[in-house]
Write a protein that binds this ligand. Structure first.
Ligand SMILES: [Fe+2]
Ligand SMILES: [Fe+2]
Length: 208
């Protein structure tokens, strides 16, 4: 595909992610579970955590877009596309859950998207080994952060919990996919910098 075509598709994807409700092929996890009553404080906590998860999925969209634009190997491109489709579902699930809880998404989504897209491009330019290594490390960190959310989400908010649980399973599969396609182990300082970056993102998205 021509570079300019890819750029137009990338721009279109950015607008879709930020402005249009995402679609899901798989049914939303927990859709048949009851909407248990939550106190105001519990609802606030659930909304804040699901907003963080939604921001994470906005970042995942951008990251995969950036990487798909630069990935060299066709098999890698296909594996990235499959994972990206699941990330779109995660985006849809978290978006719907925030609406069900009467919450709002992050005001800073365009900023998160832009930053992650740039990171994806840089990782892609470094070649498939580092591109996939960066992806695997991102997915591992997301999986750990989802495990933390399962500890923090109100116990009776079973619908949010079902979504986060399925996302956690999917993110682990994405990490395995990236490693099996040749992802390299990132140097420790890079892993630590990524942790610091994601901490900044999650702390900010908790509020805005
Ligand atoms: Fe995801
Ligand atoms: Fe993922």
């Amino acid at each position: 595909m021509l570079k300019v075509d890819k750029l137009i598709i990338g721009f279109d994807n950015a607008l879709r992610t930020l402005l249009v409700p995402a679609n899901t092929i798989r049914p939303v996890p927990g859709r048949n579970l009851p909407e248990n009553e939550l106190s105001e404080a519990e609802k606030r906590e659930s909304v804040a955590l699901m907003r963080i998860n939604h921001v994470g999925e906005v970042c995942a969209q951008a990251l995969y877009q950036g990487q798909a634009l630069t990935a060299r190997n066709v098999t890698v491109q296909q594996a990235l596309s499959q994972a990206a489709r699941e990330e779109t579902e995660h985006l849809a699930w978290t978006e719907r859950r925030i609406a069900e809880l009467g919450g709002r998404k992050s005001f800073l989504n365009p900023l998160w998207y832009g930053g992650s897209f740039t990171l994806g491009l840089v990782a892609g330019v470094l070649g498939d080994k580092w591109n996939l290594g960066f992806l695997a490390e991102t997915e591992r960190q997301v999986e750990a952060h989802l495990a933390d959310h399962l500890r923090r989400l109100p116990y009776q908010d079973v619908r949010s919990r079902a979504i986060v649980s399925q996302m956690k399973v999917d993110e682990a599969c994405h990490a395995t996919m990236a490693i099996s396609h040749g992802g390299g182990e990132l140097p420790l300082p890079v892993r630590l910098a990524m942790k610091l970056g994601s901490k900044t993102m999650t702390r900010t998205a908790y509020w805005v």
